[in-house]
Ligand binder design. Structure first.
Ligand code: UTP
Length: 299
């Protein structure tokens, strides 16, 4: 495993989060707690674990909650210090110590592609990672490191793909692919947004991790609003896949590890249960309660 120092990470967090209203009325959905940490903190931890030390968060109207989370909170730290509560103090300080976290405003939420384009100045002429807070990847299954390695080795744009059941593919972008000599790497021919099972060219769904080359910015600048009147990152990736002379190939890394979907309410609840079951402090008690509940439900 090669740790690549210095790759910058972009986390778009300026969406409206309408599926989680009213929780997201005054708070971005990336701040929703998963067990006891906001989703975005898991994502920043993942970036840091893959060797990224510079994170740019694209923020919308509810910037403050995000910015405050990655900042120091002198009063709270002081109170916990006085109480001698080292464990809680560590929890409070962890987020502010993780990485250099920067913020840029999107203005109007004109789509994921538009949000990524707002990172152009900060990223400069370098390959960078984009991580969505909707997908949490288990820290034990390092996907981003693999994607960065593949991008470096083949000078490629790399997207993350996951095999899903045919009846689930209509919820995702879907990739038409060719095999490569590496079993977890495919070449992306084209992408189809949310196809029906019968129209889907594969069972490979696009999930929220991307390693992008700086050429994507020029493509995004030319990308017209697509589905929902938004500038779609998928449309720009589609343009790159269709013309390799723009920025080399678009490859997909097939992820077979543990992923927690937090973008949808039911999956969000499931993610909380699964991650809590894995925790030493909560797992055993939750498991016995779940067993009791299952017994009650099936009675
Ligand atoms: P989604 O479409 O899932 O986010 O965008 P949303 O619009 O906030 O969610 P719903 O459907 O209304 O509940 C995927 C990611 O892109 C970001 C979102 O914050 C999310 O992480 N995004 C989307 C932006 O940063 N800006 C945008 O204009 C759109």
């Amino acid at each position: 495993m090669t740790i690549t120092p210095g790759i910058k990470t972009v986390i778009p967090a300026a969406g409206l989060g309408t599926r989680f209203l009213p929780a997201t009325k005054a708070m971005p959905k990336e701040m929703l707690p998963v067990v006891d940490k906001p989703a975005i903190q898991y994502v920043v931890e993942e970036a840091v674990a893959a060797g990224s030390d510079d994170v740019l968060v694209i923020v919308g109207r509810n910037k403050n909650a995000l910015a405050n989370h990655f900042d120091r909170v002198a009063e709270l730290e002081h109170t916990l210090e006085k109480k001698g509560d080292a464990a809680k103090l560590e929890k409070v300080m962890a987020a502010s110590r993780l990485a250099d976290v920067h913020f840029v405003r999107q203005g109007d939420p004109l789509g994921l592609g538009h949000a990524v384009l707002r990172a152009k100045k900060h990223v400069g002429n370098e390959t960078f990672a984009v991580l969505l807070g909707d997908d949490l990847i288990d820290a034990r299954d390092p996907l981003l490191t693999r994607m960065i390695d593949v991008s470096r080795a083949q000078s490629a744009t790399v997207i993350a793909l996951m095999e899903v059941e045919p009846d689930q593919i209509h919820l995702y972008g879907c990739a038409a692919v060719d095999e490569t000599p590496e079993s977890d790497v495919v070449k992306v021919k084209y992408l189809v947004e949310k196809p029906s099972a019968s129209d889907a060219p594969s069972n490979l769904a696009v999930i929220g991790r991307y390693v992008l080359k700086p050429e994507i910015f020029e493509v995004l600048e030319q990308t017209q609003p697509g589905k929902g009147g938004e500038i779609q990152l998928t449309d720009a990736l589609e343009a790159l896949a269709a013309d390799e002379s723009l920025a080399g190939p678009v490859l997909g890394v097939i992820f077979r590890g543990r992923r927690y979907d937090t973008g949808d309410r039911l999956d969000y609840i499931k993610s909380n249960v699964l991650l809590a079951l894995d925790r030493e402090d909560l797992g055993p008690a939750l498991e016995s309660w779940l067993k009791e509940l299952t017994g009650r439900l099936s009675a």
